[in-house]
Write a protein that binds this ligand. Structure first.
Ligand code: PLP
Length: 379
């Protein structure tokens, strides 16, 4: 028998069961991935040297040069305060396993990517939800936050920019979170995988690093760099906490792969790092314009708070159908995949990823509009 109180990761379950083989996939959260050849060309990688790499276990906490590079992104951090993980996924899981003790609670914002909350619930910790306010552009409800945080709060979890809304925390929201954590000595775990995917302007989302002493940063090559298949992420924090996470990393995965470590080292070094981020931004900016133009074909049915960052839009719809049924009909009848809002705990929404080639995007959206017309006609 299996544990009856296990909480599956609803979004990832939906993706892993349904996305393979679908014709029009708008369910992913990153930009269209770059090919190996594309990365080799962009980073001017010496292929014969790469080919000579031994496919061995790499340094378990991360190749020194890679940790030096990552540490450089966070002024005041040290390379021993950086650990390379198997994506942000492993980093989030290690953080929950390392920080949480029985009786602790975790404060999370909804909707969000439920990786810390799911791990916390599976460890038997209480998860306290603070709803983001759609009418206020998905901003934080500061009164609800203040009420949720108490002396048993061990982690306040933020995804910034957020998945699925694409909202970037305002300075005032950031100050409220830091003040709430400081009041009770909680950790802020900031998942910043979408930093660098800003849709407007050239200002990158500021990191929580340096804003408070109990901060752990989670990031990866998956989103802003278009390299999810490397399965390479990182965790940054005080050296003693990172060492504790490292002890758990030896159980969870030992390490990410040697080739991923080598390729990430190239991808995160300048000028390649900036080139990859600018590639992601170009895809994000054109994709969102196509999405809104297509959704406007049904005035009054769709509404979206424009995401400030990321490839994703969390679209509200006014149709007589649940989000799960809408998405399953879309998949079965039109071969189009998007994620139901219910998987994020919010009805009448779906998450749509639009940083994809334009023709593909237009065809998928025309299918979505086709189903919408049918539902409006009562079919
Ligand atoms: C906020 C957030 N954190 C972490 C992850 C997992 O990313 P990775 O591919 O680095 O494991 C995702 C993936 O969608 C995400 O949206």
């Amino acid at each position: 028998m299996f544990r009856a109180d296990f909480h599956p990761f609803k979004v990832e379950q939906f993706l892993s069961e349904l996305e393979h083989g679908v014709t029009y996939n708008f369910s992913e959260s990153g930009v269209h991935p770059i090919s190996f050849q594309g990365l080799v060309d962009m980073a001017d990688i010496d292929l014969p040297a790469l080919m000579a790499t031994l496919i061995d276990y790499p340094q378990v906490n991360g190749k020194q040069s890679l940790r030096d590079t990552i540490s450089g992104f966070y002024p005041g951090s040290s390379s021993d305060g950086v650990m390379v993980t198997v994506g942000a996924t492993e980093a989030n899981t290690l953080v929950a396993n390392t920080l949480l003790q029985p009786g602790d609670n975790v404060v999370c914002f909804r909707p969000t990517y439920e990786q810390i909350s799911g791990n916390a619930a599976n460890l038997g910790n209480e998860v306290r939800w603070v709803d983001l306010v759609e009418a206020d552009g998905w901003a934080i409800d500061s009164a609800a936050l203040a009420k949720a945080v108490d002396s048993k709060t061990r982690i306040i979890h933020v995804v910034n920019p957020n998945n699925p809304t694409g909202r970037i925390l305002s300075n005032s929201d950031r100050r409220q979170i830091t003040a709430a954590a400081d009041r009770v000595g909680a950790w802020i775990v900031a998942d910043e995988v979408y930093a660098g995917t800003e849709r407007e302007g050239d200002v990158e989302t500021p990191s929580f690093w340096g804003s408070y002493d109990r901060v752990l940063i989670v990031n990866s090559t998956s989103k802003a760099y278009g390299l999810p298949g490397l399965r390479l992420g990182w965790l940054v924090g005080p050296e003693d906490v990172i060492t504790e996470c490292w002890r758990r990393h030896e159980y969870a995965s030992i390490t990410t792969s040697m080739l991923s470590m080598e390729l990430a080292d190239k991808a995160l070094s300048e000028p390649t790092r900036s080139k990859l981020k600018s590639r992601a931004k170009t895809l994000i900016r054109t994709g969102f314009d196509v999405l809104t133009a297509e959704l406007d074909r049904h005035p009054g049915v769709f509404d979206v708070v424009p995401p400030q960052a990321s490839a994703m839009s969390f679209v509200r719809f006014d149709l007589p159908i649940s989000s799960e049924d809408f998405c399953m009909r879309l998949l079965r009848e039109r071969e189009v995949l998007v994620i139901p809002g219910s998987r994020f705990g919010v009805e009448n929404h779906f998450r749509f990823s639009s940083a994809l080639p334009e023709d593909y995007l237009r065809e998928g959206l025309s299918r979505l509009n086709g189903l919408t017309s049918e539902i409006l006609q009562g079919h």
